[in-house]
Structures are given as C-alpha cells and as structure tokens.
Design a protein around this ligand. Structure first.
Ligand code: FMN
Length: 358
C-alpha cells in the first residue's frame, strides 16, 4: 500500500498499533478458533471475541438472562441497499471454561500471526440503589487475565442493544452511573494493568443522551460507538443505514477543537460496508473500526470470486475502485482534506484532524 499508493493505513485499537483499521466486532463470527484462524489468514487487524457473561466464584451470573442459546440468524436487506442480521440471541451460551479455552487459542494465534484478539464481557449492572457485584468483576477478570497470560489485559465491556431494550435501561441516571463506574471496577478487579474499551449502546433516548453517555464513560481507554439499534416492536436489534446515520450524526456533534485531549480513543462500528464508510467514521475521530454484518453477506455480494468471507470483504473494502479505502483516501488528498506527511497520506491523520478547528 505504501509503495504503490503512498498510503499508510496504520491504525490503533486500545493503544495497540495496527497495520490497518479493519477488525471484526464481537458476535457470532468470533465464537471459535476456526473463525479466528480464517480472520488471521485473511489479514484482519483484530478480532473481538463473542461477549461472555461474567460470573462469580460460585458460577452465579447476575446477567444470566443474556447467556441464552439461539443459533438461527437471518441476513436481510434493510432500508436503502442496507443489510441487517436478524437474531434473537444474546451472549456466550457455553461455560466460562470453554470461553477461556477460546481466549487461550486467540492468544496463541495473536502471538503467531500478529492479529490482535480481545475478549468481551458483560458484567453485572446494578439498579441505582444496589451495589455492584464485585465478586463477578474479580472472578471473571482474573480468569481472563490468567488465560491471556501476560499483562496488560485488553478487554471490551459490552452494553448491548438488548440491554438498551431491557427495563434496566429505562433510567438515564442508572446508565450514567454504570458508565462512570464500570471501567474502574474492571481495573480494580485485577492486580495488573487492564485496558478497557466500553462498547456503548444506542440507548432509547435522544442524541444528547448518546453524548452524555460518552462523557460518563470518559474513564474508559476507548469507546466503541455505537452498538446496534433496538426495534421494540419486533424485540430485535438491527443495523443498516439508520444505524450509521445515527452514529455518524452523534460523533459529528461530538467533534470539538479540544476533544482529543485526555478523552478515550474512538472506535467506529455500524453499517460499515465500504472503505468510504470507514473514512466517514475516521473523519469523526475513529482510529479503527469493527464490522460484523459485512462479514456475513451472501457470497454473491462480494466482487472477489474466491477466498474466505473475511478475505473477500477486505479485498473490496480496501480496493474497490470507487468506494474502497485507497480510492477514498486519494480523493481526500485531491480535495485537500488529507495532507501528505513524509510523502504519504496517513489514515490516522483523519482521526486527529477531526478534532482540529478548520
Ligand atoms: C448476530 C450478531 C451478534 C452480535 N453479538 C454481539 C456481542 O455478543 N457483543 C457485542 O459487543 N456486539 C455484538 N454484536 C454487534 C456487532 O459487533 C457490531 O458492533 C454491530 O453489529 C454493528 O456493526 P455491523 O453493522 O457491521 O454489524 C452482534 C451483532 C450481530 C449482527
């Protein structure tokens, strides 16, 4: 990329340097070692494992309602040329021991291939008057740390769309308290450094509350913005253009000249189906992106005629002659929106320029 196009795609997730910004979001496509091996072979920059439901030393799970078994998924069209995956499931539905085995397999693969692998957890979230169940935070975090082996431990804390649809999330003050306290609870649960990415939900309130959630979660190391929307009528989460419209609108509002000082790094997620869409998130401050739906389309939707889904997806995301990352970055250069440094256009400059006044 650097030789042929003078483009440096280097990106970042939770403080780790990545060769490019494209990773896999937590979900049904990061449930087993075979999926991770395909991702690493394709050259994904990182993969976030399916969300495990935390438990305490007795095996009790306060968020047990999220550990349900459901396999049927349907990939459907949604809105103007958009896609969504309709699925009634929630978190990891097997044992913590099996999850830890996946974390170890991910760790070995990460060491062997350089693809970053990160676990994802849903920990206890109390009602306002209740205390946090620290036993869950301690037990689960320490086991993850043991499975990962060497510090720092990187992990994502999932605030999911089904949580947004749950009666637990009807109270704004309650959500704000979770976001304020959860990063420190996780860090406090381990004797070594832990870097926490908080994956924010799209709450059932207005855009201003999305911003309030970002502020409340300022103690996290990174914010993943934002998980899928929740359809109350159908009782399912969904994506597509409505999701990216909302996410980009909120991120845009967030941009201020000084926003990069001392606030968590941003990671984009939601309806990323082209290199251009990656650039939309980057220009609103995101240093990398997480995709799920685009790795799940019918094979006929990818221009490549061979290779695994992650390979075909990466190919078109990067090289599409009109909508790919390369075409989009060269266009931004031509428009004077991305200046070369050292003879190259740098992807990460888009995120840092996002916070600069024009
Ligand atoms: C079937 C399915 C399962 C998912 N499961 C999880 C999960 O367990 N934890 C999580 O943090 N995100 C989960 N997600 C959210 C995705 O990681 C991603 O952030 C979201 O779908 C938006 O990206 P997309 O439009 O590329 O799909 C799931 C998404 C789908 C479609």
């Amino acid at each position: 990329m650097r030789e042929a196009y003078h483009i440096d795609l280097a990106a970042r997730y939770l403080g780790v340097d990545l060769p490019h910004p494209i990773g896999k979001g937590s979900g049904q496509l990061s449930l087993n070692a075979a999926q991770l091996e395909d991702d690493a072979a394709a050259g994904l920059a990182f993969a976030v494992l399916k969300t495990v439901i935390a438990e305490d030393e007795t095996g009790a799970q306060a968020m047990a309602a999220w550990a349900i078994h459901e396999t049927r998924m349907k990939v459907e069209r949604r809105g103007r040329s958009g896609w969504t995956v309709t699925w009634k499931g929630r978190g990891w539905d097997r044992s913590l021991a099996e999850y830890l085995a996946l974390v170890r397999a991910g760790r070995d693969l990460a060491r062997a291939t350089g693809m970053l692998v990160v676990p994802s957890v849903k920990y206890h979230l109390p009602r306002l008057a209740e205390p946090f169940n620290d036993g869950e935070y301690r037990h689960t975090t320490r086991h993850l740390l043991e499975a990962w082996g060497e510090p720092p431990l990187l992990l994502e804390k999932d605030f999911s769309p089904t949580l947004a649809g749950d009666p637990l999330s009807e109270d704004r003050a309650q959500i704000v308290r979770w976001l304020r306290e959860v990063p420190e609870r996780i860090r406090g649960a381990a004797p070594v450094p832990v870097r926490v990415a908080v994956k924010l939900m799209n709450a059932r309130f207005d855009d201003a509350f999305q911003l309030a959630m970002m502020d409340a979660a300022a103690g996290a190391d990174a914010l993943v913005c934002f998980n899928r929307l929740f359809d109350e009528r159908l009782g399912v989460a969904y994506g597509g253009w409505e999701l990216s419209d909302r996410n980009l609108r909120v991120l845009e509002t967030r941009l201020t000249p000084h926003a990069s000082a001392g606030v968590p790094a941003l990671v984009g997620t939601g309806n990323i189906c082209s290199g251009r869409m990656i650039l939309e998130y980057a220009r609103r401050g995101c240093e990398s992106v997480q995709l799920h739906t685009f790795f799940q389309l019918p094979l006929s939707e990818y221009p490549a005629t061979h290779g695994s889904r992650p390979q075909r997806a990466l190919h078109v995301l990067v090289f599409h002659p009109r909508d790919g990352l390369v075409a989009g970055m060269l266009e931004l250069e031509a428009q004077g929106k991305l200046e070369r440094r050292g003879g190259e256009g740098h992807f990460l400059d888009l995120a840092s320029d996002a916070h600069r006044p024009d």
